[in-house]
Design a protein around this ligand. Structure first.
Ligand code: GRG
Length: 296
């Protein structure tokens, strides 16, 4: 099976898990469950749950304890996109090839759908406690990482500096801070949770955090590159949005060619670090390599 075929099969497995953990559409508040499903099931690369599952396997994990966490990380990621698209943020009408949640359900419901996904992510992750009562310590630690990396010391913190910096010149130091928090933090959380739930050592979890940090920064720089080199049809979202929002990016700071070189350099560093974990499963390595030249 080719890498692309294997990746496609894994996306199908992830989407089945996502559907399983989304709430029933019922009650007077039914519209919020519909908006949650609309935004989560809109497609997307499913990179974060995929990295979580692959890291879980890397450390010998092989149970369904990982499933509620895979659903939770995609819910948090999706909430961030729903809120990022709101009129008060980037004010975008298209995401993942279809109308954004606030365009379809109205701005108020867009805000609530994001809030609902964030909260429901933790309700979902906590389901692991009743599934595996003997793993309470690992599950508690995984929930702690999930909360911290999504919060003010993670994704929200990065977004705060990003929003505050729009329209101003930003130094490389501040840009690195924004990328590490806004984008790497959720990728770190994904891979660390996979390692934690598989019972990896503290040292291994630290190494995984470093690998994921590099993967996240490279991913964000590639996002900057695609914003100026791709098309709205391929990306499923508007292009040139950084220019519209007056944002400093790696492309504006160091130029397109250097930005491309940097993506390759730090991705290869991450892959090199991964080699310290012995495995005969090459999918994770291929996945990281595929991100270097990803087209969407
Ligand atoms: C609390 C009002 C409020 C807003 C929060 C935290 C936040 C908004 C936004 C997060 C910032 C953000 C959107 C970072 C960008 C990270 C990134 C490159 C996302 C795109 O991820 P992909 O390409 O998307 O994996 P798909 O659609 O494939 O899942």
């Amino acid at each position: 099976m080719s890498f692309k075929e294997e990746q496609g099969k894994k996306v199908e497995v992830i989407e089945t898990i996502l559907k399983k953990y989304l709430p029933e559409q019922e009650g007077y508040q039914k519209v919020i469950m519909e908006a949650m499903e609309y935004s989560v099931m809109a497609g997307g690369k499913r990179l974060r749950p995929m990295l979580m599952l692959e890291t879980f396997h890397l450390f010998g994990g092989n149970s369904d304890i990982i499933e509620p966490f895979m659903a939770a990380i995609e819910m948090i990621h999706t909430y961030s996109l729903v809120h990022d698209d709101l009129p008060a943020m980037d004010n975008d009408d298209y995401r993942r090839g279809r109308k954004t949640t606030h365009v379809v359900y109205g701005e108020g419901m867009g805000i609530l759908a994001g809030d609902a996904l964030l909260n429901y992510a933790f309700e979902t992750a906590a389901k692991a406690f009743s599934m595996y009562q003997t793993k309470a310590l690992e599950i508690g630690k995984a929930i702690q990482v999930l909360a911290q990396k999504a919060g003010i010391y993670g994704m929200i913190g990065g977004q705060v500096v990003d929003v505050e910096s729009a329209g101003n010149a930003v130094s490389k130091e501040v840009l690195d801070f924004i990328y590490e928090l806004k984008t790497s933090a959720l990728i770190e959380s994904s891979m660390m949770i996979g390692a934690i739930l598989a019972g990896a050592s503290e040292e291994a979890i630290k190494d995984i955090e470093t690998i994921a940090k590099n993967v996240g920064i490279a991913f964000q720089i590639q996002d900057d590159i695609l914003d100026v080199t791709s098309t709205a049809e391929v990306l499923g979202k508007p292009i040139l949005s950084d220019e519209k929002n007056e944002k400093t990016t790696y492309v504006t700071l160091v130029g397109l060619d250097k930005a491309k070189e940097y993506v390759e350099k730090i991705s290869l560093e991450a892959i090199e670090l991964l080699h310290r974990f012995e495995t005969n499963d090459l999918f994770l390595e291929e996945l990281l390599k595929s991100l270097i030249h990803r087209e969407k």
